[in-house]
Write a protein that binds this ligand. Sequence first.
Ligand SMILES: [Zn+2]
Ligand SMILES: [Zn+2]
Length: 292
Amino acid sequence: MKVVRNTPPRPFDVAGVFPQLGPLARPAVRLHPRPGSPSPHDSSVGGPLLLPADQPWPYCDKWHEGSVNALLPVPQLYVRDVPLLRPPGQADLLQVLWCPWEHPPEYKPPTALFWRTAADVTDVLAAPPEPSEVEYEGYVPEPCVIAPEHITEYPNFLELSQELQQQLSDWNTWQAAGVAVDPSYEIARHEFYGNELSGAPGWKVGGWPSWGLTDPIARFCVDCGGAMSPLLTIASREWDASTYGWVPYEDQDLAALGHADVANPPKVQVSRGNDLQLYVCPTGHSHTDLIQ
Ligand SMILES: [Zn+2]
Ligand SMILES: [Zn+2]
């Protein structure tokens, strides 16, 4: 049975109050990974990949405690499930793998990204190798199916012009528009925009990246110098107390009970509770990643 998740609508249309935000709206797809038994023919997190049996499995080429390490599947996404993916050529399948090890100098798991054409894979690899070295269990995702959901996002507060930042921090603007803002935001007013109205927390494709560990950093392709765009966010949780307004309707009963696992079905922990953002060159050259 197909898993479905629906995010409640935002408290109000923020671009209606701040028209300068209108042109900055971007589509995103929340992936909502949920426990399941995906096959190689399903989109998944931590599930089996659709890989040709005669193709060598990707390994990490960095230093471990003595051995080479097979990479682990993280998400496999079919374009039919996530049309927002813009694959190069005829490809219709994205596979991202990582080494479950925080490698220096940035102490993050190195990622490998493959675009594939599903119809080309006739003889599917049945028994993939497993990594011999796992530094943290949080880099071994529990198998999940996904429930893709299209939403609209606006930039992180830190990516906005100073003028817009000031407007969003000015209580008078909100009050003049008749917007009832939770009094708990009285001390840090811009957090209302950040928590409730801009970008969705959790696993997603496209949209706007979140910032906070660092100021926003533009990412450029090493091959052509072009600006890279956000492809995928791998998250350590789908919501917490500050982003509770993004809990899908279908999860609200369980979320209310306070079980931490409900907010993180793949049980992934990136760098002790952060996100790993993947960016790609729009022409398909290269990808890069960043912890936030
Ligand atoms: Zn490695
Ligand atoms: Zn490029």
